[in-house]
Design a protein around this ligand. Structure first.
Ligand code: AMP
Length: 493
C-alpha cells in the first residue's frame, strides 16, 4: 500500500515523497484514516514504529487545508527533549511544502526563542510539560484554540512523574479538541489518563510489547568481569558502525565508554551529567557514524532515533522486561534489521526468563568461538575498577531502571540528559592484545565469528506470548539476508 489512499493534501504528500517514505508502516495504515476522520485515537505503539508520522501527517493535512495565521492549533507533549526535537524535525521535513511551522519548548535551554514562538502563535508546539507550564504561567502563549492534542510516550511521562503537569496543561485546552495518545505500555495510570483525555477513542495497537520483527536476539552467558573484553571482541568481529550499548548506571556508562574507546574505535557515552549541547554532540556524532559505539543508560537513551543502529548490546540486563523492549526498539527500526545481544551472568536468570516470556520464545545462548572465558578476575583492582566491577551483576552495586529506578544508582529521573562529546577518551587501561583495530569503515567485512542463529520473532502481544512460544524456537527461520552485515551500515548514510 502507498500513501495515496489516505488522500492527504498534495503538499503533505510531497513531504512524504521528499523524506522517501514509500509505504506506510502498520501504525500509519491503521491510524491515519481515523486521525484524518477527526476521531480520538489511543495508539499502542513503541517508538520505531513510525508513530510520529501517523499523527504528524493528518495534523499537517488539517492545518494546510484551512490555514490560520498566528494561532497555535496543535500541541504535542513529549517526555524528553530528544523526542520533542525529533517530532519537531518530523513536522519540518514532512511539512516542508506546507508552510506550517512548529517550535519546541523544553527546559535546559534559553527561554527567549520559545517565548517568541509561543507569542507569535506558531502552528504546532512540541513541548515537554515542565517548561511549557512555566511559560504558560508567565502568561506566554495561548492554547485556547488548540484543535489537536498529542500525548506521546505517555507511559514514559508517567515514569518520569510528569502526569500532574500534563493534567495542568490539559486544563488549558479547549474541550472540543481532538486528542491522540500514544504509549508503548498501558499501566493503570495511563488507563486513567486515557479515560480523562480521550472521547470515544479508536484503539490502534501495533506489536504492543514485542520488539520489531526484524531484530535477532542472542544471549551471551559470561562472568561479570569478562564483559568488557567480550564486548571488545564482538565489536572487533562485527563490521558495525552504530552499536548502542546499555549499562545499568551512569557511572558504568561513562567508564565503559572510556575503556572501549581507542584503537580506531570511537566510543562515547550519554548519561545524565553533561549539558544538552554535549549530549547532542555525542548523538550527532553517532548519527553521522563518527562515533561507532554509544554507551547509554535507559533514561538517557529515551527518544534516541538513529536510523540503522545495527546492534544493541545489553552490557547489563535491564531491570524490567519492558525496558528490554524499549532498548531493543532502538534497532530494527522501521524495517531496518538489527541484532540484540544481551550479556548474562548467573544472577540474571530470572530476568532472562521474564524477557523470554514477553518475546514468546527462548533466546539462543551463544558462546563466542575463540574467546577465553577462563580468565580469572585480577586479584588487584584499583578503586574505580572495583566500583565498576561491583555493579557488574544483578543485585550487586548500583541499579537504576526504566521504571522508577531512576532515583537509585545515580540514574537521573530528569528528562535532561548529559553526555560527553565524541572526543577520544583516555582509558589508562591496557589495550587488548593486537593493539586495537582499524576503524569501522576500513575493517574487513564479514569477519563474523559472532554469528548466531536468527530466530524469527513472531512479535506477539503479551497475551499471545505463550502460544507463540512453541512455534518460534531457535530454528533460524530468518527473514533477513546475512549479507547486510558485510555492506557496512555506515556506507549507506
Ligand atoms: P518513529 O516511530 O516515529 O520514531 O519512527 C521511527 C523511524 O521510522 C523514523 O526514523 C522515521 O523517519 C521512520 N519512518 C516512519 N515512517 C516511515 C515509513 N512509512 N517508511 C519508512 N520509514 C519510516
Amino acid at each position: 500500500m502507498s500513501f495515496e489512499p489516505f488522500a492527504l493534501h498534495a503538499r503533505v504528500l510531497s513531504g512524504v515523497r521528499a523524506v522517501g517514505y514509500t509505504d506506510p508502516t502498520p501504525i500509519q495504515t491503521q491510524g491515519i484514516p481515523h486521525v484524518m476522520a477527526g476521531r480520538d485515537v489511543l495508539g499502542l505503539a513503541q517508538t520505531g514504529t513510525g508513530k510520529t508520522a501517523a499523527f504528524a501527517l493528518p495534523i499537517l493535512d488539517r492545518l494546510v487545508r484551512d490555514p490560520k495565521r498566528g494561532v497555535t492549533r496543535a500541541l504535542v507533549v513529549a517526555p524528553t527533549r530528544e523526542l520533542a526535537e525529533q517530532i519537531h524535525q518530523a513536522f519540518g521535513e514532512l511539512g516542508q511544502a506546507t508552510g506550517i511551522k512548529s517550535a519546541t519548548v523544553y527546559g535546559g535551554v534559553g527561554m527567549n526563542p520559545q517565548i517568541q514562538a509561543l507569542n507569535r502563535g506558531v502552528d504546532v508546539v512540541v513541548a515537554c510539560p515542565g517548561r511549557l507550564l512555566d511559560l504558560l504561567s508567565q502568561g506566554h502563549g495561548d492554547l485556547s484554540r488548540v484543535e489537536v492534542l498529542v500525548l506521546d510516550e505517555a507511559d514514559h511521562m508517567f515514569d518520569m512523574g510528569f502526569l500532574p503537569d500534563v493534567r495542568r496543561i490539559l486544563r488549558q485546552l479547549p474541550r472540543g479538541r481532538q486528542s491522540l495518545l500514544f504509549s508503548a505500555t498501558m499501566p493503570e495510570a495511563i488507563r486513567h489518563l486515557v479515560d480523562e483525555t480521550l472521547t470515544d477513542p479508536v484503539t490502534v495497537a501495533v506489536d504492543r510489547s514485542a520488539p520489531a520483527e526484524t531484530v535477532a536476539h542472542a544471549l551471551y552467558p559470561v562472568e561479570a568481569h569478562l564483559k568488557t573484553e567480550l564486548l571488545r571482541e564482538l565489536l572487533r568481529r562485527w563490521d558495525a558502525r552504530r552499536v548502542l550499548v546499555f549499562t545499568r548506571t551512569k557511572h558504568r556508562a561513562k567508564r565503559l565508554a572510556e575503556k572501549l574507546d581507542g584503537g580506531g574505535l570511537f566510543v562515547s557515552s550519554i548519561q545524565g551529567n553533561l549539558s544538552q549541547r554535549r549530549r547532542q554532540e555525542a548523538l550527532d556524532g553517532f548519527r553521522r557514524g563518527d562515533v561507532h559505539v554509544l554507551v547509554a543508560t535507559d533514561i538517557a537513551a529515551r527518544g534516541i532515533d538513529v536510523a540503522e543502529v545495527s546492534h544493541v548490546v545489553n552490557y547489563d540486563v535491564p531491570d524490567t522486561e519492558e525496558a528490554y523492549v524499549h532498548r531493543i526498539g532502538r534497532t530494527g527500526r522501521a524495517r531496518h534489521e538489527g541484532d540484540a545481544v544481551t550479556f548474562v551472568t548467573p544472577e540474571d536468570t530470572d530476568m532472562v526468563r521474564r524477557i523470554e516470556k514477553v518475546l514468546g520464545e527462548r533466546i539462543a545462548r551463544e558462546r563466542l568461538e575463540g574467546f577465553d572465558y577462563d580468565v580469572p578476575l585480577p586479584a588487584r583492582l584499583d578503586a574505580d575498577e572495583r566500583r565498576f566491577q561491583r555493579g557488574g551483576s544483578a543485585g550487586g552495586g548500583q541499579r537504576g531502571g526504566a521504571r522508577g529506578g531512576g532515583g537509585r544508582g545515580g540514574l537521573s529521573r530528569s528528562p535532561a540528559g548529559g553526555g560527553r562529546p565524541p572526543a577520544r577518551a583516555s582509558t589508562g587501561e591496557p589495550r587488548p592484545s593486537g593493539g586495537g583495530r582499524p576503524s569501522g569503515a576500513g575493517r574487513p567485512s564479514g569477519g563474523g565469528g559472532a554469528s548466531h542463529p536468527r530466530p524469527q520473532v513472531v512479535a506477539p502481544t503479551p497475551q499471545h506470548a505463550g502460544g507463540a512460544a512453541g512455534e518460534a524456537g531457535a530454528g533460524g527461520r530468518s527473514r533477513r539476508r546475512r549479507s547486510r552485515r558485510s555492506g557496512g551500515a555506515g556506507a549507506r548514510d
